[in-house]
Design a protein around this ligand. Structure first.
Ligand code: FAD
Length: 452
């Protein structure tokens, strides 16, 4: 019998989750449409993970130039930095990735619509003046930066604009205490900008292990970021091409840029979800069940818009689980426990499992192993960076329930630790693993005596 719908699946948003869902569903022979209003690859590719990491690399060179001298290198002149070269090379690379995404979507057989889609009803989507029916609609519209309302908020920019600045300022104020704020503070500082980080709370990265976030805070200060904790911005005024940033502590910071990284909200405004039975949460995000189904049985949602764990690999895995549920065996599952993650601040942070604070809440008795040392590069390189590692063990089962690292290559190292912890490795398994010498990572298998 001929299907009564134009599409089996209509995906709104070609970001991390939407592209994966569309391609996988199309590969299973389904008739798929994918609408994107802005840029293929979504936040991660265009104004998130990828360009940010390129900027992080750029910002680390001054320390590398400095370290190289202890290893016998000298340069005949001081290295100089050109922002426009970095910005434009980054944009060229992103355009290359955009076209790879376009080919992947084309080759999958999905129909790509370049336009903003709106939901007209449980099985109906409008895009570019046309209306299409779909058996299933998937909302994968991601999130958007949120700048609070305050006097002078129109002078603040979000992380979106950071990637396209005309010029790098001499001084910058970054506002926020989450991962995007600390990452951009590190980038700006590394690129030679006099960087102030203003945060209303007492602790940066507050959802992570406190000992680790304290190390990061100290490390950022050591590298030159000027921290203003327990401080709120009261107003921003423009004066002679600069911004006077006033705080509730009576300070005024004169700055060429004010970056607000104080949160993101679900991208659901004007999407037409009122034409369905979906009731959004107060913050605009979409509630879904264990199969990513909304309260409208034909409409599903995943990724940042459902406000669970806002990471690219999570959105991608959710997409694979959903396609398996809709068109496969329905066996795939996503486990939100023990998701390894990194913050590309400077010093870098990698983490998987429970913080010490959460482990104390969850287990009757834990053992904490820590190690803090100078990385080998610093011995001749002469920097002040350190590496801190931490393992948290449930004493009853001997399972390692938390693994954290601050310092060089933390993200790369923690990815492997993530597999061990996901597999339920015990401290005895860590102890029985032979280290790789000389490496920083070997410390994770040589911590013998608990610190507490
Ligand atoms: P998105 O990737 O945001 O895609 C949604 C897409 O939907 C967008 O392209 C949007 O234009 C489109 N859209 C919205 N509404 C419509 C509509 N009505 N019609 C058509 N199209 C529409 N995650 C990590 O894992 N690692 C990192 O290092 C990392 N760094 C980040 C750094 C920054 C500065 C930011 C902002 C985010 C970062 N993230 C990182 C988070 C990551 O980018 C997101 O978790 C991920 O992109 C979410 O994917 P998604 O598919 O849910 O949404």
């Amino acid at each position: 019998m001929k299907d009564q719908f134009d599409y089996d699946l209509f995906v709104i948003g070609a970001g991390s989750g939407g592209v994966r869902a569309a391609r996988m569903a199309a590969s299973k022979g389904k008739k798929v449409a994918l609408a994107e209003e802005r840029y293929l690859g979504g936040t991660c590719v265009n104004v998130g993970c990828v360009p940010k990491k390129l900027f992080v690399y750029a910002s680390q060179f001054p320390e590398q130039f400095h370290s190289s001298q202890g290893f016998g290198w000298s340069q005949s002149s001081q290295p100089t930095f050109d922002w426009a070269t970095l910005r434009d090379n980054k944009t060229t690379e992103i355009q290359r990735l955009n076209s790879i995404y376009e080919s992947l979507i084309d080759n999958s057989g999905a129909d790509l619509f370049d336009g903003r889609a709106t939901v007209l009803g449980p099985n109906s989507v409008a895009v570019n003046g046309m209306t299409y029916s779909a058996k299933v609609i998937l909302v994968a519209t991601g999130g958007w930066p949120f700048i609070p309302d305050f006097p002078g908020c129109e002078h603040a920019i979000s992380s979106n604009e950071m990637f396209f600045l005309d010029e790098l300022p001499a001084t910058a104020v970054v506002v926020g205490g989450g991962y995007i704020a600390v990452e951009f503070a590190g980038i700006l500082n590394g690129l030679g900008v006099d960087t102030h980080l203003v945060y209303r709370g007492a602790n940066l990265l507050k959802s992570f292990d406190r000992e680790m976030s304290d190390k990061i805070t100290a490390g950022m200060q050591e590298k030159g970021v000027k921290l203003h904790l327990n401080t709120q911005i009261t107003s921003v005024e423009k004066e002679a091409g600069l911004f006077n940033v006033n705080t509730d502590r009576g300070e005024t910071i004169s700055s060429g840029l004010v970056l607000y990284a104080t949160g993101r909200i679900a991208n659901t405004s004007g999407l037409g979800l009122e034409n369905t039975q979906i009731e959004l949460r107060k913050d605009g995000s979409i509630p879904v069940d264990g199969h990513f189904c909304t309260t409208e049985p034909s409409v599903y949602a995943l990724g940042d818009v459902i406000d669970r764990v806002q990471l690219t690999p999570v959105a991608i895995q959710e997409a694979m689980v959903l396609v398996d549920h809709l068109y496969g065996r329905g066996e795939a599952k996503i486990d939100y426990d023990n998701i390894p993650t990194a913050v590309f601040c400077q010093p870098e942070f990698g983490t998987v499992g429970l913080s010490e604070e959460a482990a104390i809440e969850s287990y009757a008795d834990i053992a904490v192993y820590t190690s803090d040392f100078k990385p080998m590069l610093q011995t001749l390189g002469g920097g002040n960076d350190r590496i801190t590692m931490k393992l948290i063990v449930d004493k009853a089962s001997d399972k390692v329930v938390g693994c954290h690292m601050v310092g060089e290559h933390a993200a790369e190292i923690i990815q492997g630790m993530g597999i061990a912890i996901k597999a339920g490795a015990t401290k005895a398994d860590f102890d029985a693993t032979v280290g790789i010498h000389p490496s920083a990572a070997e410390e994770f298998v040589t911590m013998r005596e608990p610190t507490r």
